[in-house]
Design a protein around this ligand. Structure first.
Ligand code: ZN
Length: 383
């Protein structure tokens, strides 16, 4: 990792407008793989020569051709420049489906390579760049590095922190309530069905399509009976994860009866074997984790190739992730309604003074209809 950071900073040069344009194109291509490449990263590549783009490619799905190979497949690239959003891979392994891209790049006669992000994966992490340089290719890094870090935030978090990227999504009233006093959740609000309106929920569906998994607690399933699928926009359904310590979910819950129910995972603490067998018989995956520690839940998801998790509630789940520091980003939709009483979005964090408050970094605000969309990131010590 350190090597990656170093080379990123030491080779920052003055890039031309054409360089920027090509890298932006490569990033746009990379985004096309959203929801389909995990546990691999999304990658885009562009090949240019004489001020013209002559090849393009992206990693379309896990196990598929790598972006560089696709772009090089477009025709002779000798003497050209490769723009790649992530450092080309440089190793072979029994479980790796594709040949090392660095070798393909060298064979193609590419003269210069511009790379946005360093691949933090242990067997690459600067070695791909070193391989290109040893072959005489001019390599420049760091162009649009932040955009690449955002694109692959799940992949990078997994490599650096050993767990998926965790994003909490909260829909609340102006006074921080996610459910009315009677406990009937977000459905009871201002004469409407939800705290937030369709425009906000469309954004949530887009977020779901960008994440490998969505996670909720049993209480949210009982109160809202959500499908946790992508319906209001086009996109892939993420894995649906429900934390239900005693498997008290009703068999009639929508999330257990969806056509793609192999994408529903229920994580329990301990439960009667016949209950587990019943759920498995319905086609739902059941994982038992004694004590249901969130770190172990994230490990289990990571082992299934999940690199990013969108946490959609409820209060106890949000509070647990915050208390344990297992989060990276929070998005809060704030609706112009006041409930006065009801369920707080978060509680019981054990914070006694303002000084100890969790303070978010890199914050942004946006208006969505008559709601406010607030977003902020976890600030890690001294980073
Ligand atoms: Zn590759």
């Amino acid at each position: 990792m350190e090597r990656g950071h170093e080379s990123c900073h030491t080779t920052l040069t003055n890039f031309s407008d054409f360089d920027r344009c090509c890298m932006k194109r490569a990033l746009a291509l990379a985004w096309r793989g959203i929801g389909k490449t995990s546990p691999n990263p999304m990658v885009g590549a562009v090949i240019a020569r004489d001020g013209r783009i002559i090849g393009e490619g992206w990693h379309r799905r896990y196990g598929g051709k790598h972006a560089e190979a696709e772009a090089l497949g477009a025709g002779p690239a000798a003497g050209g420049t490769l723009y790649c959003t992530l450092e080309p891979c440089c190793f072979t392994a029994p479980d790796k489906h594709q040949p090392p891209c660095a070798e393909l790049v060298i064979k193609s006669g590419i003269r210069r390579a511009v790379i946005a992000g360093i691949d933090p994966f242990g067997r690459v992490n600067g070695a791909g760049i070193a391989m290109l340089r040893e072959a005489g290719i001019v390599v420049e890094t760091g162009l649009c590095a932040e955009a690449e870090a955002e694109l692959n935030r799940g992949y990078h978090t997994m490599q650096r922190q050993g767990r998926p990227f965790v994003h909490l999504k909260i829909a609340q009233s102006l006074d921080g309530r996610i459910a009315a006093p009677e406990g009937a959740s977000t459905k009871v609000a201002a004469g409407d069905r939800w705290i937030t309106d369709t425009a906000a929920r469309k954004i949530v569906h887009r977020m779901r399509a960008e994440y490998d998994a969505v996670l909720v607690g049993r209480g949210t399933v009982l109160a809202d009976d959500p499908e946790l699928t992508v319906r209001l926009v086009r996109g892939q359904n993420p894995l649906r994860v429900i934390l239900d310590s005693r498997l008290g979910l009703s068999d009639g819950a929508k999330v257990l009866g969806l056509p793609d129910r192999e994408k529903t995972v229920v994580v329990c603490d301990q439960a009667a074997p016949d209950r587990i067998a019943k759920l498995r018989g319905m086609g739902v995956e059941v994982i038992c984790l004694p004590g249901l520690p969130l770190g172990a839940v994230l490990d289990a998801l990571g082992a299934r190739g999940v690199r990013s998790v969108l946490v959609e509630g409820g209060s106890r789940i949000f509070s647990s992730f915050l208390r344990e520091g297992l989060w990276d980003r929070i998005t809060v939709f704030i609706a112009p309604i006041i409930l006065g009483d009801g369920v707080s979005a978060v509680s019981g964090l054990g914070i006694g003074t303002i000084r100890d408050a969790l303070r978010l970094g890199n914050v942004s605000f946006r208006r969505v209809g008559d709601q406010l969309l607030f977003e902020g990131n976890h600030v890690y010590g001294n980073c």
